[in-house]
Design a protein around this ligand. Structure first.
Ligand code: GDP
Ligand code: MG
Length: 613
């Protein structure tokens, strides 16, 4: 198939707007689905994706389509992008392989926060955008109004908007014809040296690492020696082929095509998304904008019983083999034992990982409350020499250096987009909008814009510290809006912030697991709440226990637990010595599940409760 008859495109949509259904329909109508074992929603491979209705991994499929108009054969490569900005790096990479996108919007729900974020990704990548309204079969579809929204927001001509029902299959042929007629062919040179973009990879037990490449120029076949631009490593190609979406081996992949390659890569960590490959000895300029994945949200993970450590380690190892975006470091907590600190691209990524761990490996875990990475600028030549940098990255508050050598601290921020629908404008302005605004203000948000999308929808943009949304922001927003507001965010870089480390002390001794980094304006409240919670959780002792929260040497909150005399043998006057012994023995056993802080013990359960909230 000549380059001029190739179309590489992607579908971008908010969750549940019908991306997977449309992809299935495209496979079906082009006859590709008949080649696959009977499976609904072929493009969503993971169980977690089906349950959550999101696509986590980009999945690609090559389709053949004979145009009804000019009877020519076209090769359509559908690149299914992940639907969430946590995975925006993957979305951007997938988009680099495309020349056009289908902007798919639910005709009932209208434009949502993710539609917005994804539209801009496509727009800045100079892609041809094909606007499509889905679910027009629904009785209460607002086809006209949503069409207006699209034209207002994205400067799309209303007459160019296609109306389809992915579920019923109506309008799909028109969509295919539109792709063929207006989407550009890839700008490829088949006679030039190989230049290929790696935009996805996964791991299979017997075949090892499989990478997906977009062949911009040249061609690639079995036996070729290819080099990674980013790592400099070279590999021998074992197999090449196309995905439909299962793999079919072919002799060669030519310029403009999308396909898979297996080579002697050992782990997905070597397959850097966005990396450029070329033939050994024939260096080419790489694709621009390669960015290594950066974890944004961190969480400690521990086995529920320490005896499950080995099993959990094996499950985590397996899962990180297939998800190269997760970073992993071992961590030890005096209360929880041996575990790991995992880094994720965002909150959804964290939840998905945890759910897969549970579903695919049956691993029961304790995950600590998520936190972010702070940057710490330090002063003093000696210190800079010692740390070999003047800017440290801290993802665990325990590792914060002494305040005396800290010049300033920075925290990550995001640009959050909230789209909130309403039916009664008076009521909305009076109550609901002010609740959203005060939620953002309470989370140290800075208003960027509030504007009306149409008569029944407002779009609110805030710059917020990531730290303030990692816990329960989304839930609170859903609560306020009875589930109707949608929220999405993009990274907005680091800013200097007045942050402090709060230590928690029990009878004067610091409890490492419970120290945190918070904004100074919230320190007092945070300290009080933590102390109060601890009074409920720590069992009384025969002596008084002082619980204190402190910034450096300054105590900011204090609670006491009154003494209480507990004697497990008090009910056993006289009598059976072995019974008395047994009781004492049991108590000793219980102690082993305790974390001793000086003379104070904290039950493991209490720690779990505290660390989770
Ligand atoms: P995704 O999250 O964008 O991949 O969305 P899905 O393809 O999983 O679709 C979400 C839900 O919308 C599913 O329950 C689909 O059956 C339903 N759906 C998708 N397309 C249509 C359509 O054209 N009409 C109707 N009525 N429902 C649809
Ligand atoms: Mg889907």
């Amino acid at each position: 198939i000549p380059i001029s008859n190739i179309r590489n495109f992607s579908i971008i949509a908010h969750v549940d707007h019908g991306k997977s259904t449309l992809a299935d329909r495209l496979l079906e109508i082009t006859g590709t689905l008949n080649l696959e074992p009977d499976r609904k929603q072929v493009l969503d491979r993971l169980q977690v994706e089906r349950e959550r209705g999101i696509t986590v991994k980009a999945v690609t499929a090559s389709l053949q389509y004979i145009s009804k108009k000019n009877k020519q054969i076209y090769l359509l490569n559908l690149v299914d992008t992940p639907g969430h900005v946590d995975f925006s790096n993957e979305v951007i990479r997938s988009l680099t392989a495309c020349q056009s996108v289908i902007l798919l919007v639910d005709a009932k729900e209208g434009v949502q926060a993710q539609t917005f974020a994804n539209f801009y990704l496509a727009f800045v990548n100079n892609l041809i955008i094909i606007p499509v309204l889905n679910k027009v079969d629904l009785k209460n579809a607002n086809t006209q109004m949503v069409g207006k929204q699209l034209s207002n927001l994205f400067e799309i001509e209303e007459k160019d908007i296609l109306k389809i029902s992915a579920k019923l299959g109506t309008g799909i042929i028109e969509l295919l014809e539109r792709i063929v007629s207006i989407a550009p062919a890839p700008p490829s040179e088949r006679n030039a040296p190989l230049k290929a973009l790696l935009f996805d990879s996964w791991f299979e037990k017997y075949r090892g690492v499989i990478i997906l490449l977009y062949i911009q120029d040249g061609e690639i076949k079995k036996g070729d020696i290819i080099c990674s631009h980013h790592t400099g490593a070279s590999y021998t190609v074992n197999n090449v082929g196309i995905v439909r979406p299962n793999e079919y081996e072919t002799d060669v992949l030519k310029g403009g095509q999308i396909g898979y390659v297996t080579c002697n890569m050992q782990s997905v960590k070597e397959a850097r998304i966005g990396d450029t490959f070329y033939h050994k000895g024939h260096f080419v300029e790489p694709f621009p904008g390669f960015k290594p994945l950066r974890p944004m949200v961190f969480s400690g993970i521990y086995p529920i019983e320490s005896s499950q450590y080995v099993a959990l380690r094996s499950a985590i190892d397996k899962l990180t083999l297939t998800d190269s975006a997760v970073t992993l470091a071992t961590e030890t907590s005096p209360a929880l034992g041996h575990g790991w600190r995992l880094g994720f691209l965002g909150l959804l990524h964290l939840e998905v990982f945890n759910q897969r761990l549970d579903q695919e490996y049956g691993a029961q875990t304790i995950m600590t409350a998520p936190s972010v990475t702070y940057k710490v600028r330090i002063i003093g030549e000696k210190n800079i020499k010692k740390y070999r940098t003047d800017e440290l990255e801290i993802s665990n508050p325990v590792h914060l250096p002494d305040v005396k050598i800290i010049k300033e601290m920075l925290e990550p921020t995001i640009t959050g987009t909230i789209i909130a629908p309403f039916s009664d404008p008076v009521c909305f302005l009076a109550e609901y909008l002010s609740k959203i605004v005060s939620l953002c203000a309470e989370r140290r948000g800075e208003e960027k814009s509030v504007s009306f999308l149409d008569e029944s929808r407002v779009i609110i943009q805030y710059i917020l510290p990531l730290n303030e949304i990692v816990i329960d922001f989304h839930d609170k927003l859903k609560n306020i809006s009875s589930g109707f507001a949608s929220f999405d965010y993009e990274n907005n870089g680091y800013v200097i912030s007045d942050l402090v480390k709060i230590d928690l002390l029990l009878n004067g001794e610091v409890v490492e697991e419970l120290c945190s980094i918070v904004h100074r304006s919230k320190a007092r409240k945070f300290g009080h709440e933590l102390c109060e919670k601890l009074t409920e959780i720590i069992p009384r002792k025969q002596f008084k226990i002082a619980i204190q929260a402190a910034i450096g040497t300054k105590i900011i909150a204090r609670e006491n637990i009154k003494p209480y005399r507990k004697d497990v043998t008090q009910n056993l006057y006289g009598g059976d010595a072995t019974r008395r012994y047994k009781l004492l023995h049991r108590q000793a056993e219980g102690k082993r599940k305790m974390r001793m802080i000086g003379k104070v013990e904290i039950p493991r359960d209490a720690f779990i409760k505290l660390l989770k909230t």
